[in-house]
Design a protein around this ligand. Structure first.
Ligand code: MLT
Length: 256
C-alpha cells in the first residue's frame, strides 16, 4: 500500500485525507503538503497511480478501498477532503460512515448522479481512451480542468498535470469513468452532514461552476463556501497558496 503522507506526533492535530480528481492521482495534492500543524495523507483511488488495475470496479469499490486505507492509518480527528471524483467518493463515504469524520472539505464537485447527457459523454470518453490511448486523451482533457490559458501561462503547471495524467492506464481511467457513470445521487446526504464543512470552488471552473458549488454548500448545515480567484477546476494545484490559506483558516476555527 503506497500512501503519500506526512504526520506529526502531536495527537491533538487534525488529519486531512485527500482524494484526487480524474484523470489524476495523489500527486495532485503535492502543494498541500506545505500545510503545517496538520497530519496529511493523499490516497490513490482505485484505478489510479499505485492502484492502476485492468480489473473493472465500481464507485462503491473505490469507496471501500479508500475507507479501509484510511481506517488502517489509525489516525484520529480526520477531515475528509475530495476534489470532483474524489468528492463523489467522499460523499458516499460520509453516507456510509457518518460518525467517523470530524470535518469535510469539498473541492469543485457535485452530489447529483450523471444526467443522460453526461452518461453518453462518459461512453464517448471510454471509447476514445480505449481506442486512442491515454496520451491523446489527456492532452485533450487536461486543458479543460484548469482556468482558460492557465497551461500557456504556467508551463510548470502544464508539465506537472500532464506528467500525472499521462502516467495513468487506459483501463484504470476507463473503469473510473464507468464507476462515475454508475454512481448514486448523494444530494440527500448534504443536509445530513453535521460536521463542519468547507466548500471550495475555482472562480473559473467550467466543469463545476461556482454557482453550483454555492448551491451545494447551501444544502450543508454547517458549511463555509470559498471561491478561489483565477483558478479553474484544479484549484489546489493551480493556486496552492490561496487554497492552503483557506484550509488553514478553516482548521484554525474548528472546535478542538
Ligand atoms: C474530476 O475532476 O474528477 C472529473 O471532472 C469528475 C467527472 O468527470 O465527473
Amino acid at each position: 500500500m503506497e500512501i503519500l503522507q506526512k504526520s506529526f506526533s502531536d495527537s491533538n492535530y487534525f488529519t486531512i485525507i485527500f482524494l484526487h480528481g480524474f484523470p489524476y492521482d495523489s500527486r495532485m495534492w503535492k502543494y498541500q503538503f506545505d500545510l503545517g500543524n496538520v497530519n496529511l495523507a493523499a490516497l490513490d483511488l482505485l484505478g489510479a497511480g499505485s492502484k492502476k488495475t485492468e480489473r473493472l470496479f465500481s464507485l462503491e469499490a473505490m469507496v471501500d478501498t479508500a475507507f479501509s486505507e484510511i481506517y488502517s492509518l489509525g489516525w484520529k480527528n480526520i477531515l475528509l477532503s475530495g476534489l470532483s471524483m474524489g468528492g463523489y467518493v467522499a460523499l458516499r463515504m460520509l453516507e456510509k460512515y457518518p460518525s467517523f469524520f470530524r470535518g469535510a472539505i469539498f473541492f469543485d464537485t457535485r452530489s447529483e448522479a450523471d444526467s443522460n447527457e453526461a452518461k453518453i459523454k462518459r461512453a464517448q470518453n471510454i471509447k476514445l481512451l480505449l481506442e486512442n490511448g491515454v496520451e491523446k486523451f489527456v492532452e485533450n482533457f487536461v486543458p479543460q480542468t484548469v482556468a482558460p490559458n492557465a497551461l500557456e501561462e504556467n508551463p510548470s503547471l502544464k508539465r506537472e498535470l500532464l506528467e500525472i495524467a499521462k502516467s495513468q492506464s487506459a483501463e484504470g481511467l476507463a473503469s473510473q469513468l464507468l464507476a462515475m457513470q454508475g454512481r448514486t445521487d448523494t444530494t440527500h446526504v448534504l443536509s445530513e452532514i453535521s460536521i463542519p464543512s468547507l466548500v471550495v470552488c475555482g472562480e473559473l471552473d467550467s466543469i463545476t461552476s461556482p454557482e453550483s458549488m454555492k448551491n451545494f454548500a447551501s444544502k450543508i448545515p454547517n458549511s463555509l463556501f470559498e471561491v478561489v480567484p483565477k483558478a479553474g477546476h484544479m484549484a489546489p494545484i493551480e493556486k496552492p497558496e490561496i487554497v492552503n490559506q483557506i484550509i488553514n483558516n478553516f482548521i484554525n476555527n474548528l472546535p478542538k
